[in-house]
Design a protein around this ligand. Structure first.
Ligand code: BG6
Ligand code: MG
Length: 211
């Protein structure tokens, strides 16, 4: 029985996946590599450090450890420039209604995000005070696909993992939730997220009667 809901942020709540892509694409150009849509799909849910490692491998290049750190900061600065422009209009379809419904049903809500910018983004879109718990990349040792992010979120809302439903748009996040023994609703297509229990295009398509 589902008693708690855990939501990913980028690509589930707001349209920030495209900002991450834009900023990584800009950085990858410095390495002479043109980031593809398939790369973008693979990078969803992946931590900042692991994303840069992935891109360097694709570009067949390496960086000194100092330059690696500098480039992480450059990417994040470009990303934050895009985030500065955000407001509630950047919420994906049906998100506001989803929150209203979940809160009216008294279902505990947690965030389980791989981003270190989660609090800022939630503040920008006006949802920061809607969560019972927020777990982001600052709070965990092991990023997705490791289940730690979601297990910690479940622990904070005091719901057993098997009674939690996770909403995720990334393959690594779906894997993390499956490893945590949670029920996973994919945001996207079953083709991109084959391990999800089922997929819907956005939170607006979720039917609370199925809980
Ligand atoms: C995830 C995104 O939510 O967070 C990834 O899907 C991103 O694309 C990752 O790289 C880390 O985000 P940040 O904000 O800490 O650089
Ligand atoms: Mg995501």
């Amino acid at each position: 029985m589902i008693q708690g809901i855990i939501l990913d942020l980028d690509g589930v709540i707001c349209d920030t996946a495209k900002f991450h892509f834009e900023a990584w694409k800009r950085l990858a150009e410095d390495y002479g590599y043109s980031l593809t849509e398939a790369d973008n799909e693979a990078l969803k849910g992946v931590s900042r450090v692991d994303s840069l490692k992935f891109i360097l491998q694709k570009a067949n290049t390496t960086l000194s450890s100092d330059q690696f750190e500098i480039d992480l900061v450059r990417k994040n600065q470009w990303y934050l420039e895009l985030v500065q422009e955000m407001d509630s209009s950047f919420l994906l379809d049906g998100v506001a209604d989803f929150f209203e419904k979940a809160i009216s049903l008294n279902i505990p809500l947690a965030l389980g995000s791989a981003s270190k910018n989660a609090n800022l983004v939630l503040e920008k879109v006006g949802l920061l005070n809607k969560f019972n718990a927020i777990v982001d990349a600052n709070l965990v040792v092991n990023g997705k696909p490791h289940p730690e992010t979601f297990l910690k979120a479940a622990e904070l809302i005091q719901i057993a993992p098997e009674n939690c439903m996770v909403f995720e748009d990334s393959a690594s996040g779906v894997q993390a939730a499956v490893s945590g023994k949670m029920f996973v609703v994919g945001i996207g297509t079953q083709n991109d997220l084959p391990l999800a229990n089922y997929c819907i295009p956005n939170l607006g398509a979720f039917d609370f009667n199925t809980l």
